[in-house]
Ligand binder design. Structure first.
Ligand SMILES: [Zn+2]
Length: 474
């Protein structure tokens, strides 16, 4: 067997056909061999995993690089965030991201910039979803698909009363029908939905503010669980009507799980993603303050339990983070962690870096999910859904050598030194001790982080156009 560039030995390797004891050989950035140590080729460099797990690098399908444009210049925000936030990603064992394009202008004229911004500044390969919120965005869908963007997120009702400076317009049932119908004709096309009901939330917000409420539970009550279920109900019916494919981003409620399950049983292609923040927290944790303000809100214990159950039974197939990079002053509007819950900016920071540790800590180490299922929902399924499999999401011969070694007993407290992003100073997991951390992150066969130390410079990564993946995803 030809000599390899790198081999990892003495690992529990999580492969698509089961977990084996052994390792991998890597050549030219790809996995060249998987098997027991004695079967692996000689290599220029060897890492002894010391019996720890070797998993495919996690894929975060839900990040918002470019949001720091509110703190930087419009287009520079994207380049900035690719460098700072994917630096955090590799420290956390995430080796690929799918980022949401968001701007009021058409996307197509800027596609070269979007590709270059990542290729020159990212530590990991990346793909794109586009947020379709203007009439001209609907008209771009087919051409965006040719550019390899095949997933289109809409705000169905949500942001109906948003201030104009946000620059996002909501869609009604007619717009959503047109998007679902168009996308149903694109191979691997998927329509993604934020599922909250703003008509309901608008009234509840007013009521709660009149009562003088200013706490995390009030933020949850302002967009009640039933609103998510109502929206998913409509999305599922429109998906059935158009014979299309839908994906609920950041599903937060038990009612959502029940609704998706019911329509999945009818054979409708509606998929669901949830977030570590919903799996790790409840809104009874008032000490989270404005740091716990995300949209949709963190829910109660019943929902949290039902989300874990949904991951176990298969109703929820994907975990992403909805990582929103903002400086703490911007998030808190200068009022501190326990300032005005209504005025603070919604969104959690640093998800891309806490994804793997939280899923190991809350999922594997607390016996809620086996590590193989965690790998599926955080890596393999994300690669499949977004047309990246088997190049990504698997430890198998021919796949990109994107991997992490995970020590399930290694612990750290999430403090200001834990993260490596633009703003390490806050997240919903601040102050928590997490057990189950990556010791090495490998991207394209190169060790990029070893024992917390960054080994490489950013850039030289690939935009992943989602042409026909060759793998049926529906
Ligand atoms: Zn999001």
């Amino acid at each position: 067997m030809a000599r390899a560039d790198l081999r990892v030995i003495n690992a529990r390797v999580v492969t698509p056909s089961g977990t084996i004891f052994g390792g991998v050989g890597v050549a030219d950035g790809e996995i060249a061999a998987v098997g027991v140590d004695a079967s692996l080729p000689d290599a220029d460099r060897e890492i002894d995993a010391e019996g720890n797990y070797l998993v495919p690098g996690f894929i975060d399908p839900h990040v918002h690089w470019g949001l720091s444009r509110y703190e930087y210049d419009y287009h520079e925000g994207l380049e900035h965030d690719f460098e700072t936030e994917t630096r955090g990603a590799v420290h956390g064992g995430v080796t690929c991201v799918v980022n949401f394009l968001l701007q009021p202008e058409p996307y197509l004229p800027d596609m070269d910039f979007f590709k270059r911004a990542g290729e020159e500044n990212s530590y990991v390969d990346f793909a794109y979803h586009a947020i379709v919120h203007q009439e001209h965005h609907i008209e771009e869908i087919e051409e965006l698909a040719e550019e390899g963007v095949r997933s289109f997120k809409t705000f169905f009702n949500w942001y109906k009363y948003a201030s104009p400076e946000l620059g996002i317009d909501h869609f009604d049932a007619g717009d959503v029908y047109r998007v679902l119908d168009k996308v149903s004709r694109i191979n691997d096309g998927v329509v993604m939905f934020h599922a909250e009901n703003e008509d309901l939330a608008q009234v509840r917000r007013e009521e709660l503010q009149e009562e003088g409420r200013n706490d995390l539970e009030a933020w949850g009550e302002s967009s009640p669980n039933v609103g998510e279920a109502m929206q998913i109900e409509q999305i599922a019916r429109l998906t059935e009507y158009t014979d299309s494919r839908a994906y609920i981003v950041h599903m937060s409620t038990g009612e959502g799980v029940d609704t998706v399950e019911r329509f999945r049983e009818k054979g409708i292609d509606i998929r669901a993603e949830t977030l570590p923040a919903f799996l790790g927290h409840t809104n009874a944790e008032t000490e989270l303050g404005t740091w716990g303000k995300i949209s949709p809100p963190i829910r109660g214990e019943r929902s949290r339990k039902r989300l874990w159950e949904g991951l176990r039974t298969g109703v929820i197939e994907y975990v992403g983070t909805d990582h929103c990079p903002h400086k703490i002053e911007f998030k808190e509007k200068g009022e501190g962690k326990h300032g005005d819950i209504w005025e603070a900016i919604p969104g959690d920071n640093n998800g891309v870096e806490y994804l793997l540790p939280v899923m190991m800590h809350e999922g594997v180490n607390r016996n809620r999910l086996p590590i193989e299922r965690v790998v599926e929902v955080c890596s393999t399924n994300n690669a499949k859904r977004w047309g990246l499999y088997p190049r990504k999401g698997a430890i198998a011969e021919g796949s990109d050598a994107d991997m992490a070694i995970v020590d399930l007993e290694k612990s750290a407290v999430v403090d200001d030194d834990f993260y490596h992003t633009m703003e390490p100073g806050y997240s919903t997991f601040h102050g928590d001790e997490l057990t189950g951390l990556p010791t090495h992150t490998i991207v394209a066969g190169e060790v990029v982080v070893e024992d917390g130390e960054l080994q490489v410079d950013p850039g030289g990564r690939n935009y992943l156009p989602r042409y026909e993946s060759g793998v049926p995803t529906r």
